[in-house]
Design a protein around this ligand. Structure first.
Ligand code: PLP
Length: 467
């Protein structure tokens, strides 16, 4: 399997090439040159497999010749061992026709663990074989940094430096990162905003000498391997609820469009998905696009679902590429115009195509709290704010009678105890295995918003690992 860029001007790579590169050199995102296809008989043959086995067989066509199947299988079997539930991604029924798929049983209690645990294993395997080491750097507003650190800890060929805005993430989120005390992990609190952290990370990558010296790499959500790793849970729940002999629908709490693009990929593989509901908070650019082809940037607002406080959904470019019939030149032009004017000129025919599959939905903070309260009262289920948006979207979605609707639960309620408490008067406890999170020693440095200071800290702690 080869990977091409959505902007059509980068050299094609194999799976490992796309994994290591992240972004294509023409600024586009890697997508498979062609979509693999699973027949109804292929889907039936996957029913009832353990999750890791199912995942290996689904990811295999995307990996192609890059990694032998037996190795991929072993990596998949190792990737999700640190999950709290034997089914890894269990389904919970809320009411007739409506299920929640829980994606939060991993080491940092959010769905990003599902992709990043496999990505960490893939990187380690590839780098060990080549005798190379890399330093992963990233900025986080909460969930991604913790998942990246959990994925890198204890991996001899990976180091990781994560920047977070000092005092602006929740205590649970901070402690999940800073209590990982290891020689290959560096936590930096920046006296500034999340945007400052992101700008610093960009500046680190743009400093060519530093990038080469530290062998910098990224694991952000545009990495194709993250998308591939998110396909299996859609298949697992669809098969459990009757696919391929019955259609299913999903409601997906969405920020960067990575998770819901994985659902689209599952559909392209031939999984019978009748509808994909794109669930947003007040940062509703995707809902406006789907309602009236209005993809225009507005100032980002802080909400109770912070992982979805995003205006530019970077993975949308992959869908755009498909909507314009995989025309890289057109995709590049539309993206350039979007960057210049803040409004994405999606051709009408492409917008109509998107609406055949996707349906947009938005929920503001007051309604999020009401939904958490309603779901708790009606089904006895505690949904975190992101999940609550997904459940509300699922309830409101136009799907045919008898089509099972699956809302994705993207974070554990204990990650957002204040919102849950405000809505229901209960404070969900952390799962038992995190009981000592508040007693553990923390390790992080606090730095001003200054590139040289950040570079010095990264060199001081991680340079020895980058050889
Ligand atoms: C990252 C995240 C999302 C958004 O996922 P995307 O792939 O960026 O669309 C939703 N909910 C939670 C809890 C997250 O951490």
């Amino acid at each position: 399997m080869r990977y091409i860029s959505t902007r059509g001007e980068a050299a094609a790579r194999d799976f490992v090439g796309a994994l290591l590169a992240g972004l294509a050199e023409d600024g586009g995102l890697f997508v498979p040159e062609s979509w693999p296809h699973f027949s109804p008989a292929d889907w039936r043959a996957l029913r009832g497999l353990p999750y890791a086995e199912l995942a290996a067989r689904l990811i295999a066509p995307f990996v192609g010749e890059s990694i032998p199947f037996a190795t991929l299988q072993a990596l998949c079997h190792a990737a999700w061992t640190d999950f709290d539930h034997p089914a890894v991604v269990p389904l919970v029924q809320l009411e007739t026709g409506l299920w929640v798929q829980e994606l939060f049983h991993g080491p940092t209690l959010a769905f990003k663990d599902l992709a990043l645990q496999l990505l960490g294993a893939l990187f380690e395997h590839v780098l060990a074989a080549r005798g190379e080491r890399i330093t992963i750097v990233g900025a986080t507003s909460g969930d991604t940094g913790a998942a990246a650190i959990a994925a890198c800890r204890g991996k001899p060929h990976l180091s990781v430096a994560i920047l977070h805005p000092y005092g602006r993430i929740s205590e649970v989120q901070r402690r999940q990162m800073t209590t990982v005390v290891a020689e290959n992990v560096l936590n930096i609190a920046i006296e500034g905003s999340f945007d400052d952290c992101q700008d610093l990370v960009k500046a680190l990558f743009n400093d060519r000498a530093f990038r080469i010296e530290m062998r910098l790499a990224a694991v952000n959500s545009i990495n194709w391997a993250r998308i591939a790793a998110q396909i299996p849970y859609y298949v697992a729940s669809a098969l459990a609820l009757g696919a391929p002999d019955r259609e299913v629908a999903f409601a997906v709490p969405t920020g960067n469009f990575g998770n819901v693009f994985a659902a689209y990929a599952a559909r392209r593989l031939g999984l019978p998905i009748a509808r994909l509901v794109v669930a947003s908070n007040q940062n509703d650019i995707l809902a406006r696009f789907l309602a009236r082809n209005d993809m225009s940037i507005r100032p980002s607002v802080q909400t109770l679902a912070p992982a979805m406080d995003i205006q530019i959904s970077s993975n949308f470019e992959r869908l755009l590429f498909e909507l314009v019939e995989r025309n890289g030149k057109a995709t590049g032009q539309i993206m350039a115009e979007f960057r210049k004017s803040g409004r994405m000129p999606v051709p009408d025919y492409a917008w109509h195509r998107a609406r055949l599959i996707f349906h947009g939905f938005r929920l503001d903070d007051t309604a999020i709290l009401a939904e958490i309260r309603r779901v708790h009262a009606r089904a006895g289920y505690l949904a975190d704010p992101h999940t609550a948006i997904g459940i509300a979207a699922a309830e409101a979605a136009p799907v045919g009678h008898g089509v099972p609707m699956i809302a994705l639960a993207t974070a554990h309620p204990a990650k957002f105890p204040d919102a849950i408490n405000q809505a229901t008067g209960t404070r969900p406890p952390l799962p038992a295995r995190f009981g000592d999170l508040y007693e553990k020693k923390e390790d992080y440095v606090i730095l001003p918003n200054d590139l040289a200071a950040v570079q010095a800290a990264i060199r001081a702690k991680l340079l020895g690992n980058a050889a």
